[in-house]
Design a protein around this ligand. Structure first.
Ligand SMILES: NC(=O)C1=CN([C@@H]2O[C@H](COP(=O)(O)OP(=O)(O)OC[C@H]3O[C@@H](n4cnc5c(N)ncnc54)[C@H](OP(=O)(O)O)[C@@H]3O)[C@@H](O)[C@H]2O)C=CC1
Ligand SMILES: CC(=O)[C@@H](O)[C@H](O)COP(=O)(O)O
Ligand SMILES: [Mn+2]
Length: 395
């Protein structure tokens, strides 16, 4: 029986993970489930899956969660530190499906005890890729990417010599507004941005798909996970979301990964690795699909992609700053304090300000791996600068 922990169990990836685990209950012992605001679901799943520990990141909800689990024998805890402590409990397999930079510390805790980390939380790699990879090397932990594109790349690279890789192509659906007239984008509403053409996902990543900030994060995630040079990372718009990524090799061959737009593919791959197990996902009928289409992303529609290139060029703490500024901009859009196209403006202004900002930690030239303290400080300062940029745009 494998011991597993699911961080972010109440979200979209978390629920897809539990769906797979619940289909084979004898195969898994659930050590911990974590969530944040949705304690009804957290409590219900903790009982259903006989978890040993249930944790809400939201401290004020401790009593409510405790009351819901009274008499079950399931341990209860609350707060960000309790989430990290849950992640630190030794298990064979951990899913990190927390959204945002909040996933960083629990993810690092999970890596420190070894085992396998199935990583959906792409923000972790963007903010602190070198630290994360170093933590895995030190403990001998295995990181398996869950983001569909990165799982696809990982699968295409199996058995290949990494030195033979010439390029990777990340496919992008183009998001909710791929066919809108450009002049309409500034008036796009939260509701309109929260509907993905192909994937059912959490609201934040769905909006990031519409702005292409999701793909921008994924470019950086690919660089960190696979050690690629930025020029080897390409993005192509593929409205059908059936090809998840393509790897190009030095002999000109290209290996594409195809599958239905269902995250249980990538989660199931990580859960069963190195084997392949039967998964409850739709099988593609290529003749019925008929055609797959591709087109270049438009710079004017998707300024986030150029920002990702800038982040990769600058390196160091810029990834942490970029992710944090993007989170602030997205919060402001969700709160109706910013327009849709203002999000890229806020992130650009925050990065511009940070370039000469005395408050930003300075890395010494020998720092190949920025320290975690510096990463967290860069995140904090970037949030301040992005907040100022939001206020500046409103005023
Ligand atoms: N959804 C998808 O198909 C894909 C997602 N990803 C990535 O996976 C991650 C999860 O995405 P998704 O499942 O869509 O997100 P959701 O918003 O659906 O779920 C997020 C999870 O994180 C929890 N959470 C929220 N804030 C905090 C916090 N501060 N501390 C601890 N836990 C918190 C939520 O708890 P609660 O709901 O109880 O408040 C929930 O369990 C993201 O990094 C995303 O980019 C990558 C590829 C595809
Ligand atoms: C399912 C998944 O991995 C998402 O990150 C997906 O890539 C989002 O779709 P976009 O291609 O629109 O960003
Ligand atoms: Mn993805």
């Amino acid at each position: 029986m494998r011991r597993v922990t699911i961080l972010g169990a109440t979200g979209s990836i978390g629920q897809n993970t539990l769906d797979l685990i619940a289909r084979d209950p004898e195969a898994y012992q659930v050590e911990a489930l974590t969530g944040s605001t949705n304690i009804d679901l957290l409590a219900r799943d903790a009982v259903r899956l006989r978890a040993r520990l249930a944790v809400t990141a939201c401290e004020p909800l401790y009593r409510d969660l405790r009351d819901r689990l009274a008499g079950t024998g399931i341990e209860v805890a609350a707060g960000p530190a309790a989430v990290a402590e849950a992640a630190a409990r030794p298990v064979d397999w951990t899913m990190n499906a927390i959204v945002g930079a909040a996933g960083l510390m629990p993810g690092l805790e999970a890596l420190r005890h070894g085992g396998t980390l199935a990583l959906a939380n792409k923000e972790t790699m963007v903010a602190a890729g070198p630290s994360v990879m170093q933590a895995a090397r030190e403990s001998g932990a295995t990181i398996l990417p869950v983001d569909s594109e990165h799982s696809a790349i990982f699968q295409a690279l199996r058995g290949e010599d990494a030195r033979a890789v010439e390029r990777v192509v990340l496919t992008a659906s183009g998001g909710a507004f791929r066919d809108w007239p450009l002049e309409r984008l500034a008036r796009a509403t939260v509701e309109e941005a929260s509907s993905h053409p192909n994937w059912a996902m959490g609201q934040r990543i769905t909006i990031d798909s519409a702005s292409m900030f999701n793909k921008a994060l994924e470019m950086i995630e690919a660089r960190e996970l696979f050690g690629l040079v930025p020029s080897a990372i390409e993005v192509v718009v593929h409205p059908e979301s059936l090809v998840h990524a393509v790897v190009g090799f030095r002999d000109g061959a290209m290996m594409a990964h195809l599958g239905a737009p269902d995250m249980r593919h990538a989660i199931g791959f990580a859960l069963n690795y190195p084997d392949r197990a039967e998964l409850p996902v739709a099988r593609l009928d290529l003749a019925a699909i008929g055609r797959l289409t591709f087109r270049p992303p438009e710079d004017a529609r998707y300024p986030a992609l150029a920002l990702a290139r800038r982040v990769m060029e600058e390196g160091g703490l810029t990834g942490a700053a970029f992710n944090a500024a993007k989170e602030v901009a997205l919060d402001a859009f969700l709160a109706r304090r910013l327009g849709f196209t203002d999000m890229a403006t806020v992130v650009t202004r925050a990065l511009d300000r940070l370039a000469g900002d005395d408050a930003m930690p300075r890395l010494s030239s020998g720092d190949a791996v920025p320290g975690l303290g510096d990463v967290l400080e860069a995140d904090r300062i970037a949030r301040l600068r992005a907040g100022e940029a939001v206020a500046g745009l409103k005023g």
